[in-house]
Design a protein around this ligand. Structure first.
Ligand SMILES: Cc1ncc(COP(=O)(O)O)c(C=O)c1O
Length: 365
């Protein structure tokens, strides 16, 4: 039996420190905007290699606050990919703007830069590259196109904490980076949490205010904001985990290499790594022409898998008003039928990886 992720294994290894951190928050009754938040924000900014990190209530709220901060509103269009979790486009819609899709590069599952410029219109305000599965988007051409057209760039880093593009960590290249600390992410809280990163001092102040009722002090509200704060308890938990994140990402890369070696020649499509990129394998996604058959076979063997994502966003009922139809984004649509995410977490053993690989070979033979 191999689980898809095993959070219990991670928490068992940090049990003492986690209990101490939680007890400390309880003892101090510091639940809202407490000291663990500042500590997390400083350490997460250092981890990413940027000036500011601002905690918030989830990855979805990070995207919403980022688009709010750059003043995306009705009449605006925001470009992203249709092969992502719906939070990316929900944030655009919640701001009253319209998502516009660009198909993916099938090698990396990130935005195909050769198709980006054609999607830009006079209404385009921003681009959201999604570093999906932990593989960075090709940021140099994206940033050059954004600059040429005067567009803002909000990086969706929900699946890519610590991933690098030409030596730079994701979340430091665009105007704002948006991170999720959903429990199953490469670093996860024990509930919902998120963060935004930026090198822009003014945006940092604005994001700080927007997530906390438009204020920096107690009862002086300089602007309309909202309550999208990170809990102090979640920040304390994340402070225990953050020092381990580089090691956990390295273990994910080790397991990815073990999978790639074991599945070489097994008739499956393996993930590739673009030049200059250091992925963090939030998900290890392979392709198989009979994906559903393979998933069923693995389930019968006690191996849990996932599909991220089976129905592209342009074909979701929630986005029917956008006017897209089947056939508009062929690479996304093809991927959605063939992809399967294999078990992937730092605490996996080489034996587990080999058990999964052997089962896939048995199915393919
Ligand atoms: C690509 C992507 N963007 C945004 C989010 C939203 O993050 P959260 O669940 O913390 O709101 C997720 C989470 O699954 C995600 O995978």
């Amino acid at each position: 039996m191999v689980q898809f992720v095993d959070l219990k294994a991670q928490h068992d290894s940090l049990r003492r420190e986690l209990f101490d951190a939680i007890t400390n928050v309880i003892d101090n009754s510091a639940f809202i905007m407490g000291p663990a938040i500042k500590e997390l924000e400083k350490n997460f900014a250092d981890f990413c290699g940027c000036k500011h990190a601002i905690g918030c209530s989830s990855g979805t709220s990070a995207l919403n606050l980022a688009l709010w901060a750059i003043e995306v509103g009705p009449e605006d269009e925001v470009i992203t990919i249709p092969h992502t979790f719906i939070a990316t486009t929900e944030a655009i819609c919640v701001r009253g703007a319209k998502p516009v899709f660009v198909d993916i590069d099938p090698a990396t599952y990130t935005m195909d830069m050769s198709k980006l410029e054609a999607a830009i219109t006079p209404k385009t305000k921003a681009i959201i590259p999604v570093h999906l599965y932990g593989h960075p988007t090709d940021m140099d051409p994206l940033l050059a196109i954004a600059k040429k057209h005067g567009l803002k760039v909000i990086e969706d880093c929900a699946q890519a904490h610590g991933a690098e593009y030409k030596g730079r960590r994701v979340g430091t290249m665009g105007d704002i980076g948006c991170f999720s600390f959903f429990p199953g992410k490469n670093i996860g809280a024990m509930g919902d949490a998120g963060a935004m990163t930026t090198n822009d001092d003014k945006l940092a102040v604005k994001l700080n205010k927007l997530r906390n009722h438009g204020r920096l002090g107690k009862y002086e509200h300089e602007m309309i904001g909202y309550n999208e704060r990170i809990d102090n308890l979640q920040a304390a938990i994340l402070n225990v985990k953050l020092p381990h994140l580089n090691d956990w990402n390295a273990l994910r890369r080790k397991h990815a290499a073990e999978y790639a070696e074991a599945l070489d020649g097994a008739g499956v499509g393996l993930p590739s790594v673009a030049d200059g990129c250091l992925p963090v394998y939030h998900l290890f996604v392979i392709r198989h022409p009979d994906r559903d058959g393979l998933q069923k076979f693995l389930k019968e063997k006690g191996i849990a898998t996932g599909v991220h994502y089976p129905l592209p966003l342009h074909m979701q009922p929630a986005h029917s008003d956008l006017g897209y139809k089947e056939g508009d984004f062929p690479e996304t649509e093809k991927a959605s039928k063939e992809i399967i995410s294999l078990p992937m977490y730092p605490e996996m053993t080489a034996k587990m990886v080999s058990e999964v690989a052997e089962a896939i070979k048995e199915f393919s033979s």
